[in-house]
Design a protein around this ligand. Structure first.
Ligand SMILES: NC(=O)c1ccc[n+]([C@@H]2O[C@H](COP(=O)([O-])OP(=O)(O)OC[C@H]3O[C@@H](n4cnc5c(N)ncnc54)[C@H](O)[C@@H]3O)[C@@H](O)[C@H]2O)c1
Length: 131
């Protein structure tokens, strides 16, 4: 039996990069997924996994910094799969540059805030899935 068989996971930032890789690892282990991303390309990423692994996946285009959008994503997951066991709060913006080139402090803070705000929606998101 696969380690995540019978489990449902919501993964944010799942259209690309680490989130897409985490989604693939989760379906390999048998999880059902809600793949969330601000980019509508999340549906292409999900379709690839459905074809390759016959995985059960829904997608939601949402901004993790928007609490209402995240609550709706969790509610859709619970409605479709009947449960939400795991929230992988991966979405964020990582701007890498030498320190002396980071002159635009506000844009750096905006990136950090997405991670902070996105993370703060986690408890509420999980409570919807476990009710
Ligand atoms: N790649 C690294 O080396 C590295 C290192 C340390 C931390 N991280 C962190 O890991 C996370 C993922 O990194 P990555 O390299 O895969 O990034 P990436 O840019 O390749 O992918 C990020 C994904 O998140 C989505 N996203 C961004 N803002 C969003 C929002 N507000 N709501 C919903 N989706 C949003 C993007 O559309 C994209 O699909 C980020 O939080 C990043 O800061 C990455």
């Amino acid at each position: 039996m696969a380690k995540l068989e019978g489990k449902t996971a919501l993964i944010t930032g799942a259209a690309a990069g680490l989130g897409q890789g985490i989604a693939e690892a989760y379906v390999k282990y048998g999880a059902k997924l809600c793949m969330v991303d601000i980019s509508k390309e999340v549906e292409d990423a999900a379709e690839k996994l459905r074809r390759e692994y016959n995985a059960e996946i829904i997608t939601v285009v949402a901004n993790v910094a928007d609490r209402e959008q995240m609550k709706a994503a969790a509610a859709q997951t619970a409605e479709r799969f009947g449960r939400l066991d795991i929230a992988c709060c991966n979405a964020g913006v990582c701007r890498l540059a030498p320190f002396e080139e980071m002159s635009d402090e506000s844009s750096y803070l905006t990136g950090s805030q997405i991670v902070i705000d996105g993370g703060s929606t986690l408890p509420e998101t999980m409570s919807i899935g476990t009710n």
